[in-house]
Design a protein around this ligand. Structure first.
Ligand code: UD1
Length: 440
């Protein structure tokens, strides 16, 4: 048996670079990794059962390793068999997630509900994550209060306690993926019925509900505005196949569009990318579905976008805004993008401009005048922005070095390898050993 555990070098200078020689047309077939945003709440949901849950085709990315480490710190046993992640939460009775763990990732906040449901008490350091905006947790805490929890907020930690979570009615003031997941996780084992209105409708919500229903939960309305949950006494273990990652799929489509290539995505998540594909077509991209494969031809991408804004699902996803920006930087004409979800999502523009992009940012709007890009040394500061730099580098003339790629590895298992398979001229220098394999 092979266990992989994250060993994140604290304060270690990590030479983690990707080198790209741009201008080469991408071409070929690729299979996309499992979805990060699906698997993380499922890992939290596994805590609701005192036994083994199995997540098949799980992506081996840093955020999953971080979450795995948190579950282990709570007392879970975890192991991998190829890409299948086994979570044995029989003895995961810890209730404290120190800041050293929670500070690494935003998703740590969705552990609160399940830990509370198990232990009547949960204590967690403030969640970290990508620097794409303020990312408050008020809606999460509101959810927990609605279920009857008492909350103490201190400078470094949040403590939540509740004898028994009680079903409730919540009308969300804004659609939040994480807060909707928090409420679903709380409701599964709570007493009585819960009704959630103005829910996020992202596919990840649907997958979480499928997972919990397979464990014996009674959830109806997943993917709709209103979700109803009949609390149950006990859940059981299950196995679930993690679906292909829609954001990684979109990123690879952007890479092929920027490099004007033609690629086939073998396992693209059909029906989850409609807003993106509409935009892809407007830019001149062509695609067709054939027996579950997405055949995408970016060779004719040449039209700018007069106006595009990010929206909650089923609108255009904020997570694909940066990779799309990199494509638009290569398309002649003026494009305008408005970011409605996270206020700091244009940080990457400075780095794109170092590669010759003409992007002017004013508040939550970016105006892009497309043209030719040239290679440079640029720095990734967060996950999707980092991926956007790689997309731009593939289209740029000459060579580029992308530093800070550990951010990209939070969500992309092997982006360099995948793009290499498609013909991208890429070399990687992971430098410091980032993951340590332990043979048991
Ligand atoms: C999830 C995704 C992230 C994606 C985002 C929006 C995961 C692990 N991450 O993040 O990739 O970019 O959805 O599609 O699934 N908000 C509050 N208070 C809260 C919570 C959120 O004001 O308590 C705000 C946020 O600042 C943001 C908006 O609500 O402006 C939407 O955020 P949310 O949907 O909660 O994003 P996440 O679940 O963090």
């Amino acid at each position: 048996m092979h266990i992989i555990t994250a060993r994140v070098p604290e304060g270690v200078e990590c030479l983690d670079e990707i080198h790209v020689i741009g201008g080469k047309c991408l071409h070929g077939n690729i299979t996309v990794q499992g979805s990060k945003n699906t698997v993380l709440p499922l890992m939290s949901g596994a805590l609701l059962y005192r036994g083994i849950s199995v997540l098949k085709a799980c992506p081996r990315i840093t955020d999953v390793f971080y979450m795995e480490e948190i579950l282990r710190a709570l007392g879970a046993e975890t192991w991998w068999e190829d890409h299948d992640l086994y979570l044995d939460c029989t003895h995961a009775d810890g209730s404290h997630v120190p800041e050293i763990y929670s500070g690494r990732m935003r998703s740590s906040i969705i552990l609160l509900g399940p830990i509370l449901a198990r232990n009547q008490r949960a204590e967690i350091g403030y969640p970290g994550g990508c620097v794409i905006g303020k990312r408050p947790v008020d809606l999460h805490l509101y959810v927990l209060r609605c279920f009857g929890a008492e909350i103490k907020e201190e400078e470094k930690k949040i403590t939540v306690s509740c004898k028994k979570l009680c079903g409730t009615e919540i009308v969300f003031s804004k659609r939040s993926v994480g807060a909707t997941e928090q409420a679903i996780l709380c409701a599964a084992l709570s007493k009585g019925t819960t009704t959630l209105r103005n829910c996020a409708r992202e596919p990840e919500i649907v997958w979480l509900c499928r997972f919990l229903n397979a464990m014996g939960a009674k959830i109806e309305g997943a993917g709709e505005d209103c979700i109803c949950i009949e609390g149950t006494e006990k859940l059981c273990g299950t196995k679930m196949q993690i679906p292909a990652d829609r954001i990684v799929t979109g990123t690879y489509l952007c890479a092929a569009a920027a490099a004007r290539g033609r690629i086939v995505i073998e396992n693209a998540p059909e029906g989850e990318l409609d807003a993106f594909l509409q935009v892809y077509r407007k830019m001149g991209g062509q695609y067709e579905w054939n027996s579950g494969k997405l055949i995408a031809d970016g060779s004719q991408v040449r039209f700018s976008l007069p106006f595009l804004e990010t929206e909650v699902y089923p609108g255009f996803p904020t997570d694909l805004q940066s990779p799309l920006l990199a494509v638009l930087a290569t398309v002649p004409g003026k494009s305008i993008i408005k970011e409605n979800i996270f206020e700091n999502r244009f940080k990457v523009c400075n780095e794109l401009c170092k590669m010759g992009a003409d992007i002017r940012v004013d508040g939550n709007t970016a105006v892009v005048c497309g043209g030719r890009l040239h290679g440079n040394c640029v720095y990734a500061e967060e996950l999707r922005g980092g991926a956007a730099l790689l997309v731009a580098a593939l289209a740029a003339e000459g060579s580029s070095v992308i530093r800070g790629c550990s951010f990209i590895r939070r969500g992309y298992e092997d982006i360099g390898g995948d793009l290499k398979k498609l013909g991208g001229l890429i070399t990687e220098d992971i430098g410091t050993v980032f993951y340590e394999n332990i043979q048991l």
